[in-house]
Structure formats: structure tokens, C-alpha cells
Design a protein around this ligand. Structure first.
Ligand SMILES: Nc1nc2c(c(=O)[nH]1)N[C@H]1C(S)=C(S)[C@@H](COP(=O)(O)OP(=O)(O)OC[C@H]3O[C@@H](n4cnc5c(N)ncnc54)[C@H](O)[C@@H]3O)O[C@H]1N2
Ligand code: MOO
Ligand SMILES: [Mg+2]
Length: 424
């Protein structure tokens, strides 16, 4: 059985990010929230675009206002009014000033802005009551960004901050990585859809919904392939079909040692290479991970006839609902993030927290306890979900946001002790 960290290393090494030449699409800025840039962005505009005023006040020549104070103000003649958005018409000569408003273009000849509060106005004269620093309150052209240099690199997520910047640059069409395609299937004769009236012994296929929600939350496309019977031919057909339409396939169930657990055997019969068969973790022990060498369909490459170069990864998650969530957060989420083209930050995120209650495990497998992290006075406290922590219990998963980790060999964590917590 592999340790969690060995399994993680193997899995993340199997993931080849999407290709920045092939696996891309051009989208509108309006739909760019959460998407990942597939090529760097460069603007032909300087920021600021031109020298402009940072204050409401007066544009002056700094040489004219060297020695002024309240008792001995310098008096300048106002020759123009420049609101934002208006091109100045005059040149500011010695002894002259322009009324200027925040964001307005600096007039030629002026190099400094005196803020309104340090002036007094009488008619078309302004009294400068304090000496400004040279160039004070002038936002110099290109002082934030010089046209032609790289503005945003490949591999970053576009959020509000980046989208604001792209809008300001008038970059309304963006080359981004396509969304990873994730096919999802559930295995089990006992499974029915949520709208089916339950017969004795039947279970609702909640995993399909959980996995689809997780996949969508990550900005990937969830392809829901439904329930597959525990029957080798049906399973083989379903997996072969999934291979033609996805970058990643996630199934749940059928990976343990039971008489109807066929997933591993079918993966091998379809030419898959198994890299992980079980992991020393609880829940999640029978996690199975395989790869298939080449994509099985040109569907994957809408902009080219070349096949995508990365291999296809199959995650066979254990059927128990909590095992699905834990193995997804621990392994599948970073794998999808890495595949999606993110240049950095795809690794799982751990934080330190204080145990708010005693935590226990059998010490034989790395144990993941689900619960809630809460921030109080700058310190994270971890509250395990109340009720049983069994991998078949999904009731108390609701409202959890993290997983506390009890390492192998640690059977007890006392109240107040520091623990590692995986955040979702
Ligand atoms: N003799 C052993 N038995 C088991 C072992 C073991 O090591 N030796 N491991 C146990 C562990 S740990 C887990 S986890 C499960 C994993 O089993 P499978 O992946 O083979 O899953 P199934 O047997 O198909 O189902 C397990 C359980 O989960 C329910 N399930 C399955 N699919 C869904 C779904 N889509 N939505 C909701 N619930 C689902 C299923 O009804 C079962 O109750 O094996 C243990 N056994
Ligand atoms: O480890 Mo299993 O994944 O307990 O339920
Ligand atoms: Mg089983």
C-alpha cells in the first residue's frame, strides 16, 4: 500500500498540463471570470496614458512657486479650466496656472499640481499658500506600466483584478485554456437516480452529483455518464466510451476486493496502466489511479487535428461517499488544477490549526477527519463534524470546509494541540 505522499507524488507527476498551443479557445472578456490565460497579454497603452492630475487643484510651473507661504503667497493667473476627459488648449507660461480636476490631462508647461486646500481663489487669480514638491500630485505617463512590456503572464487565473486591468487595456478577446473535460460515472447494481422511488436495498447515486459539483466548482466541464451496473461488459463499454470524450475520468465504487469490484480488471483489459491500487489513508484506501497513453478521440482538440499530447488519467474513487470527497480533495482537485494550465498554486493547501476537540484514529492509516475551520483572533480552530466519522456517512459532511490530518502512527490528538488541516 502506498503512503499518501507517495501516491500524491505519483499522481501529480502523471498530470501533463493542457497544451498552450492546442488546448485553447478565444473568449470574450465578459465570460473570462475564473478562466486561465493561455498566452501572455501585452498592452499598447501606457499606464497612466498621459501625465494627469491626482488632485483637484491648480496645474503650475514648480519654478513659479518656490517660496510661498500663507503670509507671502504667490499669485498666479488662471488661464484655463481642465476637467477630466478634456484636452488642454493652452501652454502654461511663467506666472500662469490652470484650474485642474482629478484625472485631467496636465497642460503643457505645467509640471506640478497644488491641491485646492493649499490655495485661495479670487476671481481668475489663485493664491498659492504653500510650496509644493516638484512634480507633486502629477501621475506621470507610463509610471505604472510601459506599453509593449508583458502585462499578464500565461497560466494565471483571471479574477476581478485581472479583468479590470484587461478592460482598461481594451483587451476584450482572450486566449485561455479550454476547460478540462471530466467524465463521471458511478458503478453499482444498488444505485438509482435521485428521482427513482427506492426499492429495498437500493441506494441513491449521490457520488455522481458530488463529483459533478466538485468538478464544476473548479471550472472544469462535468460530463455525467450515469450509473453503470456491476457487470464487466457494461463497465468495459462505459469506460471505453468515457475514454473518447474526456481528459480525466472519475468513477466511484467497484475498486475494493468484493466479488463485484471489477474496475481495476477492466482498466487493464482496456490497456490502462495502473499506478495506484491502494493508499494508506482513511477513508479512501482502495483508491485506484490509471493512465491511458493517448487520447481516443480528435474531439479533444477542437482547433487542431493533432491529438493532445497528454495521457488520460482515470481515478477510480472508493464508493463510500466520504471516501469520494476526501480522495477528490486530496488528489483529484490538484490534478485537475495542474491539468487546467495553472502555472502555480495547484498543490493542495494545508494550514495549521488547533484541535478544538480530541481527535482519534486507529493509527494504522493517515486519517482524514472532516469538520469546520473557524478563525478566531487570527488563529484557526478545527471543529470535527459531530456524529460518526464513517466513510458511509454523508449526513455530517454538510457545512464542513476542511479535513484535519492524523498522520500514520498518531492515534490521538489532544484538545489544543496543533494539527495540519487540508482546506478545500
Ligand atoms: N474485505 C474488504 N472489504 C472492504 C475493504 C477492504 O479493504 N477489504 N475496503 C473497504 C473500504 S475502505 C471502502 S472505501 C469500500 C470501497 O468499496 P468500493 O470502491 O468497491 O465501492 P462499492 O463496494 O461499490 O461501494 C461501497 C459503498 O459505497 C456505496 N456507494 C457506491 N457508489 C455509490 C454512489 N455512487 N453513491 C452513493 N453511495 C455509493 C455503496 O452502496 C457501498 O455502501 O470497500 C470496503 N470494503
Ligand atoms: O477507506 Mo474506506 O475509503 O473507509 O471507506
Ligand atoms: Mg466494493
Amino acid at each position: 500500500m502506498l503512503s499518501v505522499s507517495d501516491a500524491e507524488a505519483i499522481i501529480l507527476q502523471l498530470v501533463q498540463p493542457l497544451d498552450s498551443l492546442i488546448d485553447t479557445e478565444v473568449i470574450d472578456l465578459f465570460t473570462a471570470n475564473g478562466r486561465i490565460l493561455a498566452s501572455p497579454v501585452t498592452s499598447q497603452l501606457d499606464f497612466p496614458h498621459w501625465d494627469n492630475s491626482a488632485m483637484d487643484g491648480y496645474a503650475v510651473r514648480s519654478e513659479d512657486v518656490q517660496d510661498c507661504n500663507e503670509e507671502k503667497p504667490v499669485v498666479l493667473e488662471i488661464i484655463e479650466e481642465i476637467p477630466a476627459g478634456v484636452q488642454p488648449k493652452s501652454i502654461i507660461q511663467s506666472g500662469k496656472a490652470a484650474r485642474i480636476l482629478t484625472g485631467a490631462v496636465m497642460p503643457v508647461g505645467a509640471n506640478t499640481v497644488v491641491m485646492q486646500e493649499r490655495t485661495r481663489r479670487e476671481g481668475n487669480q489663485v493664491f498659492i499658500l504653500a510650496t509644493p514638491k516638484p512634480k507633486e500630485f502629477v501621475r506621470q505617463q507610463a509610471s505604472y506600466y510601459k506599453a509593449g512590456s508583458q502585462l499578464l503572464p500565461t497560466g494565471i487565473v483571471l479574477n476581478a483584478q485581472e479583468i479590470a486591468l484587461l478592460a482598461a487595456c481594451q483587451c476584450t478577446k482572450l486566449n485561455v485554456f479550454r476547460r478540462p473535460r471530466v467524465a463521471i460515472l458511478s458503478t453499482g447494481d444498488e444505485l438509482v437516480t435521485p428521482e427513482t422511488p427506492l426499492q429495498s436495498g437500493q441506494i441513491v447515486d449521490s457520488n455522481q452529483y458530488a463529483i459533478a459539483a466538485l468538478v464544476q466548482q473548479m471550472g472544469a466541464e462535468a460530463i455525467m455518464l450515469g450509473i453503470v451496473r456491476d457487470e464487466p461488459t457494461a463497465l468495459e463499454e462505459a469506460i471505453a466510451n468515457a475514454l473518447t470524450q474526456a481528459d480525466i475520468i472519475i468513477s466511484s465504487g467497484g475498486v475494493s476486493v468484493g466479488d463485484y469490484d471489477y474496475v481495476e480488471q477492466i482498466l487493464e483489459s482496456l490497456g490502462g496502466k495502473i499506478h495506484v491500487r491502494s493508499v494508506a489513508m482513511k477513508p479512501g484506501k482502495p483508491l485506484t489511479v490509471a493512465t491511458f497513453p493517448t487520447p481516443h478521440s480528435p474531439l479533444l482538440t477542437p482547433h487542431s487535428l493533432l491529438p493532445t499530447p497528454h495521457s488520460l488519467i482515470y481515478f477510480g474513487l472508493p464508493g463510500n461517499p466520504a471516501a469520494v470527497l476526501v480522495t477528490f480533495w486530496r488528489f483529484v482537485q490538484p490534478a485537475i488544477k495542474k491539468l487546467s494550465g495553472l502555472a502555480e498554486g495547484w498543490e493542495p493547501k494545508f494550514v495549521k490549526a488547533r484541535a478544538s476537540q480530541e481527535l482519534r484514529s486507529d493509527g494504522k492509516r493517515e486519517t482524514y477527519v472532516w469538520g469546520q475551520m473557524r478563525l478566531s483572533n487570527g488563529i484557526y480552530d478545527f471543529y470535527p463534524a459531530s456524529g460518526v466519522q464513517h466513510s458511509g456517512n454523508l449526513i455530517n459532511l454538510a457545512q464542513t470546509n476542511s479535513l484535519a490530518i492524523l498522520p500514520l502512527g498518531i492515534a490521538r490528538v489532544a484538545i489544543g494541540e496543533e494539527i495540519q488541516v487540508l482546506i478545500q
